[in-house]
Write a protein that binds this ligand. Structure first.
Ligand code: LMR
Length: 391
């Protein structure tokens, strides 16, 4: 029977990791998968995580099962950072731990489907896994354009979609640091979006995977908080991959806001049963380490300063790219205004291949670069390669 399965190509983005590793050139530049790098090109474990992990190893009394919701201390300790002063809105917001942000998005879509959502609207381009998860969950996807050519968000496209969406539709939005364009909504735009979603009664699903890497931890939560203040119900998928550097430990959370605390409890009971059937329970180690940081004032301050360090370095790289003006046919100036780790360059698939083969520059086939893969030491080589290929 299994011989009926058709061969699948490897995930194009994840395949870049192996291609890059196999390249013997010491001048190669990795701008592929979204992993933060320091000025030296390294992706070290956060100092706060190392300290928390040591404490965890010394004090963890057992590794017995927790339950499908995972470590609720971890889930609740993140609440003030994501939702701010309003906290859990009198029990209307509750969460559960998931295997990474991908697990959180998947659970959000599965929950929406179970609740009768018929179609999810999604801005494009988007993180390729969004479309893949929707398809895999059997959810109908519909798209709208996310960004205008001038580098602003396409608000008209979103307004149109909200106006024409059906009453059982949901809208999937990136909370901050849009992946792949780096084009975020302004606070005023978020306020408008929140009002439009509320008026139309659509379900917002917000993916917040890069909090802290755009304008700051508080600032990057503006959209989530504005939408949740306006609507009765929402789902928020959260990832700790980047802002705790826990990529391979798979640490995320799904939060649901219901119209009442009772509704929320019922939503979460469905979340728990879906999790049980999918992965039973999330891996513990990374989430427990995050909890240990957030329960300790000094470690929290240390963690926040490490996130801020990342944000500032990404800003410096963006500023340098923007200051270089153009590289061949590519105008790099919009990168100065965009947020987070990613930017889309107007390059063809052939040019992406040429950059990889002739210059050792690895980037997604879509033209997305991970800005954090650039350092003051390789940025000129990158812009020279871009000029050579597109000039
Ligand atoms: C990315 O977009 O590069 C990251 O979110 C990693 C991933 O899982 O795709």
């Amino acid at each position: 029977m299994l011989d009926r399965l058709e061969q699948q190509s490897p995930d194009a983005l994840l395949a870049l990791i192996k291609l890059y590793e196999a390249d013997p050139r010491d001048t190669k530049i990795d701008l592929g998968v979204g992993v933060y790098r320091t000025a030296d090109g390294a992706t070290p474990v956060f100092r706060a995580i190392k300290a928390a992990e040591k404490q965890l190893v010394d004090t963890q009394p057992t590794k017995a099962y927790l339950g499908p919701e995972g470590d609720m201390g971890f889930v609740r300790a993140l609440v003030p950072h994501i939702f701010g002063k309003t906290g859990n809105r009198d029990g209307r917001i509750e969460g559960m731990q998931t295997p990474g942000g991908t697990g959180a998005v998947r659970l959000a879509i599965a929950l929406a489907g179970k609740a009768g959502v018929e179609q999810v609207w999604m801005g494009t381009p988007s993180w390729p896994n969004h479309a893949q998860i929707l398809a895999d969950c059997g959810m109908k996807a519909a798209t709208f354009n996310h960004a205008n050519a001038d580098g602003s968000a396409d608000m008209d496209g979103l307004r149109d979609v909200i106006a024409k969406a059906g009453k059982n539709d949901a809208v999937l939005l990136h909370g901050a640091c849009h992946n792949p364009t780096g084009v975020d909504y302004t606070n005023e735009e978020w306020d408008e979006i929140a009002g439009l979603l509320a008026d139309k009664g659509l379900l917002p699903i917000i993916d917040l995977a890069y909090q802290g890497l755009g304008d700051g931890m508080e600032e990057d939560a503006y959209g989530v908080r504005a939408v949740l203040a306006a609507v009765p119900e929402a789902l928020v998928a959260y990832s700790c991959d980047k802002n705790f550097g826990l990529y391979r430990d798979r640490v995320g959370a799904l939060y649901a806001m219901g119209a009442s605390a009772d509704d929320t409890a019922r939503i979460m009971s469905n979340g728990a049963s879906l999790a049980r059937a999918n992965w039973s329970m999330p891996p513990d180690h990374g989430g427990a380490s995050v909890r240990m940081i957030l329960e300790d004032e000094d470690l929290t301050a240390q963690w926040l300063s490490e996130v801020e360090e990342m944000r500032q370095r990404i800003g410096q790289v963006r500023a340098k790219l923007a200051a270089s003006g153009t590289a061949g046919a590519v105008d790099l100036t919009p990168l100065g205004e965009q947020k987070g780790m990613f930017a889309m360059l107007p390059v063809s698939k052939e040019q992406v291949q040429q950059l990889r083969e002739d210059h050792g520059v690895y980037m997604a086939g879509s033209g997305r670069i991970n800005v954090a893969g650039l350092t003051m030491g390789n940025i000129d080589a990158f812009t020279d390669a871009l000029a050579a290929v597109t000039g």
